[in-house]
Design a protein around this ligand. Structure first.
Ligand SMILES: Nc1ncnc2c1ncn2[C@@H]1O[C@H](COP(=O)(O)OP(=O)(O)O)[C@@H](O)[C@H]1O
Ligand SMILES: [Mg+2]
Length: 254
């Protein structure tokens, strides 16, 4: 895989809470709060959490089902707006941006693998993986998407539509699509959730290979302890707050 373009230093220069650290934060949240109105009344999903993930770092977010992991990932990636608090992505404050500006920033810096894959049903595997590259005007869209699909083991499935693919194959198309544009930060919501152990292991290898080669920041939600253990840090989301968990705690993480 090609090395990622060098990053501009200005992208991360205005992280005020990062003064003692030479590695800039790729993702940061301060006092992040998310409340939603559910049928049963107001629900606090995130209750003022703080987080800093450095450029090139890999972090796993674990927690029980319904603890707010997907909500947190969506907020950090600029897919959703917090109720209050600040979010910085590649040194830019995103909670104050409108949807168009957040979309632009996502297009430039972020790859996202959704828990539900979110492939377009009327596009083939290849067309799905090519789409973000075409939107970015990349002339090598087809070639690059093919290369990534081959790397996730789908070289023989390029012309298949999502409904002609298994859950695990769809997940791999979603991963290829997220990697194709060489994002500086990759968010992935349970990226090995639909994969058997062997395929999961291959995808984990790919994630960390890209992390090493391109200095990609990885923020992963997972129940897969084989994956969490490979990350530089494991954070547990509980009662709307994040806690760093240590090696001995990791054995008991869900
Ligand atoms: N827009 C929403 N309206 C009402 N409830 C929501 C909304 N989004 C999430 N929730 C609830 O918030 C909780 C956290 O959801 P989620 O972030 O998907 O958890 P996780 O990914 O950890 O399983 C769940 O109980 C979910 O039902
Ligand atoms: Mg979830």
């Amino acid at each position: 895989m090609r090395m990622m373009n060098s990053k501009t230093s200005s992208q991360s220069s205005n992280m005020s809470n990062n003064t003692n650290d030479t590695i800039p934060a790729a993702v940061a949240a301060q006092d992040l709060m998310k409340k939603v109105v559910a049928r049963s009344g107001e629900l606090t999903i995130l209750s003022g959490l703080d987080l800093q993930i450095k450029q090139g770092e890999s972090a796993a977010i674990v927690g029980t089902s319904g603890s707010g992991k997907s909500t947190l990932l969506g907020l950090l990636a600029g897919l959703d707006q917090p109720t209050s608090g600040q979010i910085h992505l590649v040194g830019q404050r995103i909670d104050e941006l409108d949807e168009d500006d957040r979309a632009k920033l996502r297009g430039q810096h972020v790859g996202f693998v959704f828990q539900s894959f979110q492939l377009l049903a009327n596009l083939t595997a290849l067309e799905n993986a090519m789409l973000p590259l075409e939107l970015a005007g990349r002339k090598d869209a087809c070639e690059r998407a093919k290369e990534l699909l081959e790397r996730v083991g789908l070289g023989e499935r390029l012309d298949h539509y999502p409904k002609q693919l298994s859950g695990g194959e769809q997940q791999r198309v979603a991963i290829a699509r997220a990697f194709a544009s060489e994002p500086q930060i990759l968010f992935a919501d349970e990226p090995t959730g639909s994969l058997d152990e062997e395929t999961g292991e291959k995808i984990i290898e790919l994630l960390f290979q890209v992390n090493r080669e391109n200095d990609t920041t990885l923020v992963l939600v997972t129940h897969d302890m084989a994956l969490a253990r490979r990350c530089d840090r494991v954070l547990r989301l509980h009662n709307g707050l994040l806690k760093n968990i240590t090696d001995s705690d990791r054995e008991h993480a869900p």
